[in-house]
Design a protein around this ligand. Structure first.
Ligand code: G3I
Length: 591
């Protein structure tokens, strides 16, 4: 009876999710462009439904106009931060991220700057450009997590194999004195100097489908990445209709080519315009097609873990640029002019609840060293890009048998179908212990699941050991998690004495003599099957004890070592299990 009630409760909860809640389970930011005081009237303040829809349905907002040159820098010596600040404050009050748009555009520049460009030298333009980027990015430092640094720099027609740029005051009229894509590069460098932690994006339209404009953009960002220009991602605007929209395969190919460079992709300005009657109303059939289009594009994004944000250009048909720019068209956004959800909302939530999560074999790594490649029995592993899971962190739990549960809030990892004890689960990152059942095998088939939806499988080699020492700050290197003889934590201010015994915490030691139960808390007895030695500084040590760490889940290995005399300071610490060494870069403090 209780089980029946539980199922009822949670099915109801799932279908009642908002876009924001469904996105949190996909580690996906769900955004909308929003307007504040510079729009007339100011919807954020004057329309309660505007504000309430924005904060319940979205985890990210982007000022549609408030941070553009003409809004934020209306006179050479005057900045107007008020509307942007209003949007940032709203986002912060509702635990949303703010995406900044934009620092450089051929359009929507204030009259003072276009007038200046008519007579100024490139050196003057460069100085004005740098001052603007520095002032705006510094003002929003730590508040805007990602910037569209340059918007729409590319020409609509491109020469074969080349990169043609749009005429603009920043490029060539008169420009800032840089050639080719140099002005774009310069903008990224100045933005990075002002806020080294902000993610920096190049944002463009008509690059969603394969073609010459996409190729030019790819060539530009590839060159930037190769030369270390500080670029983190590309925004694909996605202003489309229900006909002629990019194919799923073409979009997937473009996203894949960008993420293969190590860049993130954000869908930044999606809207799907429809023909409307004189009252702005679209047909029911077109609204269904629109819902399918939103679902299809979002599905492609969900299928590539490098696609990390999905944003629409506004969210209500009451405030949209489409009717003004495309007479006879409108109804382009997920909510209608009365803030009622259109079919697109349910279709997007459905995609987020049902598109299988992606398991990327290269993103499965040792939980202590973050080294990937092969797994060992009992190894604690972390799977990054696990893009379907609980929206907030869920830590390990014991089941009714006292074993570490393999199911955390609906998330499970499997190795050859054996459920692995779960250490924690969070959309985007889950951790588990490789079951001991893989020990006699050459390879293992890995898969994970959330709320009954299974990922693809990946096959990984199995090795007898893959040792790694846990780092104190969980970075994979630096001071290790080491206990001194009095069980206090070894640190630079609490070093171990020569001749004393330290305990090193590690994983990837392989099997234990007599066997170990998956998920059981270790009794602190038994020994690793493979021989364990260590080096501290340049001194080789034989383990005093090497086996399960008492009270920890099986798979966490403790190695007790005698500290050599004659060494002081932070000394390199390496464990060698069955001839395989742990990662370099871990240290122990000796006095
Ligand atoms: O600021 C004035 C305001 O004071 C006045 O009351 C109002 C009356 O019409 O006009 C306001 O300015 C308008 C501004 O939007 C804010 O509403 C401008 O005239 C109008 O040109 C401006 O249009 C925006 C356009 O970019 C130019 O900045 C659109 O809202 C905005 O949706 C559009 O967004 C662009 C992206 O930035 C880049 N990608 C394409 C996308 C669509 O064109």
């Amino acid at each position: 009876m209780r089980r029946f009630l539980f199922i009822l409760c949670c099915t109801a909860l799932l279908s009642a999710q908002t876009l924001r809640q469904a996105g949190a389970q996909r580690a996906l930011l769900i955004g909308a462009a929003a307007d504040a005081t510079d729009a007339n009237p100011d919807p954020l303040v004057k329309e309660p439904l505007y504000a309430s829809t924005l904060e319940t349905q979205y985890s990210m907002l982007e000022p549609e106009n408030a941070m553009k040159w003409a809004s934020i820098h209306p006179a050479q010596t005057r900045y107007n931060f008020q509307p942007g600040d209003e949007l940032v404050a709203f986002a912060q009050a509702h635990q949303m991220q703010t995406r900044g748009h934009n620092l450089c555009w051929w359009s929507y520049n204030p009259a003072w700057v276009t007038n200046l460009a008519a007579t100024a030298t490139p050196a003057t333009m460069a100085s004005v450009f740098q001052d603007h980027i520095n002032t705006v990015v510094t003002h929003y430092k730590g508040q805007v997590f990602a910037w569209d640094v340059v918007n729409e720099a590319l020409s609509d027609s491109q020469p074969a194999g080349g990169i043609a740029l749009k005429d603009s005051i920043w490029y060539n009229q008169p420009g800032i004195g840089a050639t080719g894509t140099g002005y774009v590069e310069q903008a990224f460098r100045w933005a990075h100097a002002a806020d080294p932690n902000a993610l920096l994006f190049y944002n463009e339209y008509s690059v969603e489908a394969p073609g010459a404009k996409f190729n030019a953009m790819l060539a530009m960002v590839k060159d930037f990445v190769a030369r270390g220009v500080p670029i983190n991602g590309v925004g694909l605007q996605m202003h489309i209709g229900i006909t002629g929209s990019p194919s799923s395969a073409g979009l997937a190919q473009n996203i894949q080519q960008l993420t293969a460079l190590g860049l993130q992709v954000h869908i930044t300005e999606m809207d799907v315009k429809l023909p409307v009657d004189s009252s702005g109303v679209a047909s029911a059939a077109d609204l269904q097609s629109q819902a399918q289009t939103y679902q299809r594009i979002l599905t492609v994004c969900l299928q590539n873990p490098g696609c990390t944000a999905f944003q629409t250009w506004g969210f209500t048909d009451k405030h949209s640029w489409i009717p003004g720019s495309y007479p006879g068209f409108g109804a382009a956004l997920p909510f209608d002019a009365s803030y009622q959800a259109k079919p697109a909302v349910a279709s997007m939530i459905g995609a987020m609840q049902t598109v299988p999560p992606v398991l990327n074999a290269a993103a499965l790594v040792n939980a202590a060293s973050y080294k990937g490649g092969a797994v060992a029995p009992g190894e604690l592993v972390t799977l990054f890009q696990a893009n379907y899971g609980p929206g907030s962190l869920v830590g390990a739990q014991l089941d009714s048998n006292g074993l570490v549960s393999s199911n955390l809030a609906g998330t499970q990892m499997f190795f050859d179908g054996i459920a692995a004890p779960s250490i924690y689960a969070l959309a985007g990152q889950v951790s588990a212990v490789v079951p001991y059942g893989v020990s006699s095998k050459q390879q293992t088939v890995v898969q994970y699941e959330y709320n009954g939806v299974l990922s693809n499988t990946a096959t990984l080699p199995v090795v007898p050991s893959a040792p790694a020492i846990f780092a104190l700050d969980a970075s994979g290197s630096g001071p290790g998690i080491v206990l001194n003889q009095d069980l206090s934590l070894n640190t630079s201010s609490n070093p171990a004495a020569g001749g004393s015994v330290i305990a090193v915490l590690a994983t990837g030691g392989g099997t234990v003599q007599g066997g170990a139960t998956d998920g059981a808390l270790a009794p602190g007895a038994g020994n690793q099957t493979l021989p364990v030695t260590a080096t501290i500084g340049n001194v080789t040590e034989t383990a005093v004890y090497a086996g399960p760490a008492p009270g920890e889940v099986n798979g966490v290995m403790q190695v007790n070592l005698t500290v050599p005399t004659g060494l002081t300071g932070a000394q390199p610490l390496i464990l060698i299990v069955g001839g395989v060494s742990s990662q370099s870069g871990i240290t122990v403090a000796i006095k």
